[in-house]
Write a protein that binds this ligand. Structure first.
Ligand SMILES: O=C[C@H](O)COP(=O)(O)O
Length: 253
């Protein structure tokens, strides 16, 4: 049975003091709303990982927003999957569109990063999504198929079973333009079919596929009610404890 998950991606926001305060509120509120079948994750900037992993106390899990593709070495300024794991974090976002856009991360590189994460017992939250241009010119199914094929379908069945996917249409990220529940469901169902075509039906049915892109307390319930949407990857709304917790509540239906 696949998991229902809400993950917050804080991106490059909040310092130690403010971050600790928002995270403590989230842990407290999520604890009150807790439903054992859900997984709640916050992915803060690297400096906050260790403190959050301790504070989260298994109620709110912690993940990084990126990792390097190599195990160690002379890569000034970079952080390895092993280092992330050693902070107590258990997840890592890989292939977010901002990494693809601003850091030129290719599908091939992202596959190597995903393997690094898995080799260090981190669960990858692997992001795919089309740009506005690709949506408008009708090439989005091909774009998504290529991102899956080159980015994660190089994994063995055993490896892929550890992966959480996130569909994040780039045109919906931080823009206030959300994919409609029907648009998102169409894509999630397409992704699940692609997984079945490449692996098998059991793996497809067990894969959690999250939606991300201007998800908020007002639209989360309708999105999460779709049969192939297993939760959300939340940006802006995860920086506010009440909004984020309301989105977690929406997962209950
Ligand atoms: O990783 C999260 C996504 O980029 C969504 O961000 P957003 O909720 O601010 O649109």
């Amino acid at each position: 049975m696949r998991k229902r998950i809400v993950a917050g991606n804080w991106k490059m926001n909040l310092d130690m003091e403010k971050g600790m305060s928002v995270f403590s509120e989230i842990v407290h509120m999520v604890n009150d709303e807790r439903n054992g079948t859900q997984e709640v994750i916050i992915c803060p900037p690297f400096p906050l990982l260790n403190q959050f992993a301790k504070l989260g106390a298994g109620i709110v899990h912690v993940g990084a927003q990126n990792c390097h593709d190599q195990a160690s070495g002379a890569y000034t300024g970079e952080i390895s999957a092993h280092m992330i794991k050693s902070t107590g974090a258990n997840y890592v976002i890989i292939g977010h569109s901002e990494r693809r856009q601003y850091f030129a991360e290719s599908n091939e590189l992202l596959l190597v990063k995903t393997k690094q994460a898995l080799a260090n017992n981190l669960k990858p939250i692997f992001c795919i999504g089309e740009t506005l241009e690709e949506r408008n010119n009708g090439s989005y199914f091909d774009v998504l198929r290529t991102q899956l094929k080159e980015g994660v379908f190089g994994l063995s069945e055993f490896e892929f079973e550890q992966v959480i996917l996130a569909y994040e249409p780039v045109w919906a990220i931080g823009t206030g333009l959300t994919a409609s529940p029907e648009q998102a469901q169409d894509i999630h169902s397409f992704i699940r079919q692609e997984i079945e075509n490449h692996y098998n039906q059991t793996i497809a049915n067990n894969t959690s596929i999250l939606y991300g892109g201007s998800c908020n307390p007002g639209n989360a319930a309708a999105l999460f009610a779709q049969s192939d949407i297993d939760g959300g990857l939340i940006g802006g709304a995860s920086l506010k404890s009440r909004d984020f917790t309301d989105i977690v509540k929406a997962l209950n239906g």
